[in-house]
Design a protein. Structure first.
Length: 359
């Protein structure tokens, strides 16, 4: 069996007295140590470590070994976290990175929706339509601004569009609110007028005129008043409790003056209406026109002459103690012998009935 020679061991330095000329030859052919025993295990052969100098700088601490596959906690080692080399921790911001900027908002869209909604509610309320108009206009402007922002990337575009549409609808609703307010005012005025008329009627029942003054005389019971419960003959005068008087003259035949009227009208009668103010206050006459019926109860048609002679109506204010007269004409069937008529001398006065033959 052959023995393989190992690496030569370093010889110990010889003393100064033992150095001979043959030393180089001995160093050239050293003996190899046993292969199974390392040279470093012999304390006589290991070189001594130099003593540290007190004036030398401190040596740095040894660096920690880099984590490898054999180091606890290293990737692949027992107890190591999964997916170490995967995506970074989402809550961790790496060095040198900037936080993500917040997305732009669109508060104009929300404001447009709210303001326009309130504008529509106020626009249909009487007397508050003007506030609805202002809110609807503001909502319209906010909606347009929100839509512009949404086109540039902001959210809530649909809310901005709805707010704009509601703003337009609120302005249209305010127009309806204006007419509704006018209607309420008109109804309130009519109710006030009716209340005043009711108070005047209550005063009349209490024996007082609308002016607050007492009637000149008490009216008799309706069952005993000729002209109200029974017809008066034409030509007689009826006196109201307040002193106002009215009369219809005896009807007589009327000849139209105009050529057209003569060709169209075949049989007509003429009546003179007279109203006298016997009260102490002015008497207002709006429309004093008698209703005429023939002897068969048919209503007669009013005659309008082209010359302007008829009709001549009584209108306006009649002062106390004064009288006013008017002329009216009616067409009746041929052969009519008598007629009936009724007339009121004022809006608040009863109709007076007349009946009699044609003169």
């Amino acid at each position: 069996m052959s023995i393989r020679a190992g690496p030569p061991a370093a010889p110990a330095p010889p003393a100064a007295s033992e150095q001979t000329p043959e030393a180089p030859e001995a160093a050239a052919t050293p003996e190899a140590p046993a292969p199974d025993v390392p040279a470093a295990d012999s304390p006589e052969q290991a070189p001594a470590a130099p003593a540290p100098s007190p004036f030398a700088p401190p040596s740095p601490a040894p660096a920690a070994p880099a984590p490898g596959f054999g180091t606890p906690g290293a990737p692949g080692a027992p107890g190591a976290p999964a997916n170490v080399w995967g995506a970074p921790d989402p809550g961790h911001v790496p060095y040198g990175a900037y936080p993500r900027a917040a997305e732009p908002g669109n508060g104009l869209a929300i404001a447009a929706l709210v303001v326009s909604g309130f504008g529509i509610l106020l626009a249909v309320i009487p007397f508050l339509f003007w506030a609805g108009t202002v809110l609807a206009a503001v909502g319209l402007g906010l909606g347009i601004g929100g839509t512009v922002r949404a086109n540039k990337g902001a959210p809530h575009k649909s809310m901005a569009v709805v707010g704009t549409v509601l703003g337009v609808a609120g302005m249209l609703a305010s127009v309806g609110g204006f007419f509704l307010t006018a209607l309420v005012v008109e109804k309130a005025g009519d109710r006030l007028d009716q209340q005043i008329e009711d108070e005047d009627w209550d005063r009349e029942l209490d024996g007082l005129a609308p002016s607050g003054e007492p009637w000149p005389s008490k009216s008799p019971s309706p069952s005993q008043v000729p002209g109200l419960t029974s017809a008066l003959p034409f030509g007689e005068t009826f006196t109201y409790p307040n002193g106002v008087k009215v009369s219809l003259s005896v009807p007589k035949a009327y000849e139209p003056k105009g050529i057209v009227a003569r060709e169209r009208i075949k049989n007509a009668i003429q009546i003179t209406v007279t109203i006298t103010n016997g009260s102490t206050t002015p008497h207002e006459v709006i429309y004093a026109m008698p209703n005429v019926r023939d002897d068969r109860g048919m209503t007669a048609d009013t005659v309008y002459d082209s010359t302007g002679n008829v009709p001549k109506l009584i209108r306006g204010s009649i002062l106390p103690g004064e009288s006013a007269s008017g002329v009216v004409a009616f067409e009746v069937p041929e052969g009519t012998k008598s007629i009936t008529a009724d007339i009121s001398a004022g809006t608040m006065l009863d109709d007076v009935k007349y009946a009699g033959p044609i003169g």
